[in-house]
Unconditional design. Sequence first.
Length: 399
Amino acid sequence: MSRTASLDPPLQRSSDIRLQSFSVAYDYPVAFTADAFGPDNRCLVDVLARREVDKRHRTAVFIDDGVISAMPDLAARIARYAAVHGRHIELIDAPIPVAGGETCKNDPETVPRLLATLSKLAVDRHSFAIAIGGGAVLDAVGYAAAIFHRGVRHVRFPTTVLSQCDSGVGVKNAVNSLGLKNLLGTFAPPWAIVNDSDFIDSLPAREKRAGMAEAVKVALIRDRDFFGWLENNAAALARFSSPHLDRLIRDSAELHMRQIRLGGDPFEAGSARPLDFGHWSAHKLEYLSGNAVNHGEAVAIGVALDTRYSVIAGLLDEGEDERILHLLKQLGFTLWHGALKLKDAQGRLALQQGLADFREHLGGELTVTLLAGIGRGVEVHEMDEGLIGRCIAWLEARA
């Protein structure tokens, strides 16, 4: 045997794997107030200074242009507030308007413009970017704040029912891209959230109604008693009674916050989106309708669709779908749009693509929340196209 042949095989380097593990505790206040920019209201001052009391906080303010139209004196009120509380607040510049609604999330120039403004104003990681507006503006400004300098302090002032009771109190920020809802975004908890009821009072009826869909949604999957309260107070809510809207917003916001706090997956690392009942079709319907159907209206339709699916799939008792449909109609929702019947190039329901988009957004196994009872959601991992078609026909028959 040759010397070469007698040698042992060359040694292989072994891998040296070291597990790095740490945890970060997040906390942020959610304040419920009225007239937040009244000179005597310390809510904003207190949330800005909650960790650094003796400091003048540099602050840039971005405002939804729809809010500016509804409240033309808002910029002046903010300036007066900053002057009164000048020991704690330095307003870097006049408030900056941002186009509201899905326009700002669909426009690819929105985020670059926001980043350019933050840079021009020299906003740093100890400064504040305050966003005042509906969920779309909060999403866009929040995303820009989260990626600028790897994250600057962000305060949200949700101004719609939908954003005060749902998206505005959460930890997600995103804009739309490549035809997909919320494709680009971050999980970035805000510094604070201020829910000011004065903004709700100034909303048009359509916007007040739209946000109620998210309250119905979260009641259906999390709280039977809250759903009963919505049923019992539907008439007052339909005429936009301020005390009833305040209660709807607080209870819904608390249910959403409880999920983030106790649900075990605040940054959605898994495949489930437990609070997104009715949303797989809602997101697609918004796109298919060219945003003629707004988010809340699409959620109401999506909730009705998935409620009926829950019944015909044997998960939910017969008749509960009619009960839920009745509540949504009492609140003033139209539960039909022709885009539900659109077909793709292969002749399949275009809406069905919403399931693929929904799965792709988180990856892993498709996970959709349906109903096993009023107040009790259940996760499933497939939905039948034929049954979805039957649900659409059921909705059309009741339009």
